[in-house]
Write a protein that binds this ligand. Structure first.
Ligand code: ADP
Length: 610
């Protein structure tokens, strides 16, 4: 046992240890190719180290030559992997130089394996035992060096040029430490081991090869880089924890639960606030099935659909749903999120937030309820006007039925009865009966409390019905009511009953307004025309006193009225109804007198709110 038999195995062990560490790091996903190649380099250096030791203990020139051949291969692998490592780790340098160095080297190494030829020596005459300090001995070859061996040094020189060039480029990009530590160590190794080997081979020096021993410098450089990376990772980890704590605090203060759904493992990460919002104990494992379980059965499909559509269409995830009621109390949750995809565009993660919107939902429901009550009250308040209109409407068909029945009786008294005359009379009775039914049905529908059901509807028909409903009143008050509909007007999308109510309200208001005008100047015109490509405008113009300019907006406020018996809710409700259809309702003053109320509706071809 001497220092040679201790030092070489120690270097080999160091190479293997760092190689294994780098391999372990390299294989954690995503695979780090640079570290993988460095691990291969360290293993090759360990092999070169073993071969060097074996050469020093060789039994004769033949064994020495065989070991030298494999040593040349191991050194070649070290050279090739170092070139690959620098190329991948620095992400700069010249690719062709990186390939050329190892290529030249391996071309030269081929000579070692051709029958009867050797790269190192043209002729190896024997081995010489050399004693070094500490009394340790080793073998060196004695012979005529092969000039072709210069090729290996050319390969090494090209590697040197590549590493220096890549290091300078990296330094220019601002990564000076990495360029100096890694680039510097490779340069020192190439120069030290290369020059030293050349001196041995031309017989100037008689020492063991130090290729693997010099590799220690690269090991040290890599260990230094590794420690720097580890401490940077530890620092990042602390920063991450800190920012996670801050995020937790901020999101909890804002009432937000933060969650991340890993689509690969179907596992959720969620903040304590998110667990609390979903009503799931934090100790429980959270996955999609568990979350769906917590959702109200009626809203599960909505949630699934929102997830599917976000994953399929690369759209932001946005959904509102109820949770299973706890103690009879239903909680509403809104979730928003974004999909994260891998390099191939496949969804990988869904990140998002959740927050409680129960309060908002409850007030929305209360508001809806209130609006529906108001709409109902308003309809009932119109009952008086409607009743007189309908009475008039019903008188006409009922009178016609009576007259037709009397005529039929007369025809029946003939002998024989005139059946040919009876047929059209019965058809008339049937038609009048149908008209009377329609009038009653309209009354029934107007008074029924119901929510909106949008369908395509003919505006001219709607205007005609409004006119029919108000005609009696208009006649009694000597107000001419004209209808002016643009020809070939497309259908609008809307709820017939609600829109009927709006038009009735506008016409009845207009009547109240023109009441104040001189009888000769009383006039109401109900118009409908195209407005742009996708809208229809319906207007009610009157010749009344108009509206004070500062009140043009205020009249749409609930309970604004200037009438002694007014409730001031008609216009407010009308505006709500029109806006619910995706349209607008506003008032304008006309010259010289009068006001026009205009409303817009989407045409049936347009997407209308349901
Ligand atoms: P009400 O009819 O119960 O007063 P509305 O909401 O229908 O409630 O109308 C509010 C107010 O708008 C009316 O009181 C009136 O002052 C004004 N107004 C409505 N229509 C007209 C009109 N055609 N001309 C002038 N003022 C009008």
């Amino acid at each position: 046992m001497n220092w040679i038999t201790i030092a070489w195995p120690m270097v080999a062990a160091a190479c293997l240890t760092l190689g294994l560490i780098e391999l372990r790091i390299a294989l954690t996903r995503p695979v780090d190719r640079a570290r993988l190649v460095f691990a291969a380099s360290a293993f090759a250096a360990a092999a070169a180290c073993g071969l060097e030791l074996a050469m020093m203990r060789a039994d004769g020139p033949i064994e020495f030559q065989a070991l030298l051949n494999w040593f040349d291969v191991a050194a070649g692998v070290v050279i090739a992997t170092l070139a690959g490592f620098v190329w991948l780790y620095f992400r700069c340098g010249n690719r062709w130089l990186a390939i050329a160095g190892p290529a030249i080297y391996f071309t030269a190494v081929l000579f070692d394996f051709l029958p009867g030829s050797s790269l190192g020596y043209l002729e190896m005459t024997g081995l010489q035992t050399v004693e070094t300090f500490g009394g340790a001995t080793y073998q060196v070859a004695v012979g005529v060096p092969n000039p072709l061996n210069a090729l290996t040094y050319l390969g090494v020189l090209v590697l040197l040029v590549f590493v220096v060039h890549a290091s300078l480029q990296l330094a220019q990009r601002g990564q000076r430490r990495r360029a100096a530590v890694i680039g510097g160590s490779v340069v020192v190794w190439v120069l030290g081991a290369g020059i030293h080997s050349a001196l041995i081979e031309i017989g100037v020096l008689q020492t063991p090869y130090l290729v693997s021993l010099a590799y220690l410098i690269i090991l040290l450089a890599m260990a230094y880089e590794l420690t720097a990376d580890v401490s940077a990772a530890a620092h990042l980890g602390r920063q991450l924890q800190e920012s996670e704590r801050r995020l937790d605090l901020a999101s909890a203060a804002a009432g937000l639960g933060v969650w991340v759904w890993d689509l690969g493992t179907n596992a959720f990460w969620a903040t304590a606030k998110a667990y609390a919002l979903f009503g799931i104990p934090p100790a429980e494992r959270l996955d999609q099935a568990r979350l769906i379980d917590a959702v109200h059965p009626d809203d599960r499909d909505t949630l699934r659909h929102a997830v599917d559509s976000a994953l399929a269409n690369d759209r932001d995830f946005e959904v509102e749903y109820r949770l299973q009621p706890v103690d009879g109390e239903t909680r509403w949750i809104a979730s928003r999120g974004r999909v994260e995809r891998d390099g191939n565009g496949a969804p990988r993660l869904l990140r998002g937030i959740a927050f409680d919107i129960s309060l908002r939902r409850r007030s929305e429901l209360q508001l809806q309820e209130l609006q529906s009550q108001l709409a109902h009250t308003s309809r009932v308040s119109m009952l008086g006007q409607l009743a007189s209109a309908l009475t008039h409407e019903l008188y006409q068909p009922l009178g016609a039925i009576l007259r037709n029945a009397e005529a039929a009786e007369l025809f029946l008294q003939h002998d024989p009865p005139d059946l040919g005359e009876l047929r059209p009379i019965l058809a008339d009775i049937r038609a009048d009966d149908q008209r009377a039914r329609d009038v009653i049905e309209r009354l029934r529908t107007l008074l029924k409390r119901r929510s909106m059901a949008c369908h395509p509807l003919a505006i001219d028909d709607l205007c005609a019905t409004t006119a029919a409903l108000t005609r009696a009143d208009a006649a009694a008050r000597s107000i001419p009511l004209a209808i002016d509909i643009e020809p070939a007007l497309p259908e609008a999308m809307g709820d017939r009953v609600h829109l009927q109510q709006v038009l009735l309200n506008l016409v009845l208001n207009a009547m109240d307004a023109v009441d104040q005008a001189h009888p000769a100047e009383r006039r109401i015109i109900l118009r409908a025309r195209h407005r742009g490509e996708h809208e229809i405008e319906v207007s009610v113009a009157d010749t009344g006193p108009g509206i004070a300019p500062e009140k043009l907006d205020a009249i749409f406020e609930p309970f604004f009225t200037t009438k002694v018996d007014g409730m001031g809710i008609g216009l407010a409700i009308s505006r709500t109804i029109v806006e619910a259809h995706g349209g607008r309702l506003w008032a304008e003053n006309d010259l010289p007198a009068g006001a026009t109320f205009r409303l817009t509706l989407p045409t049936a071809g347009e997407a209308a709110p349901s």
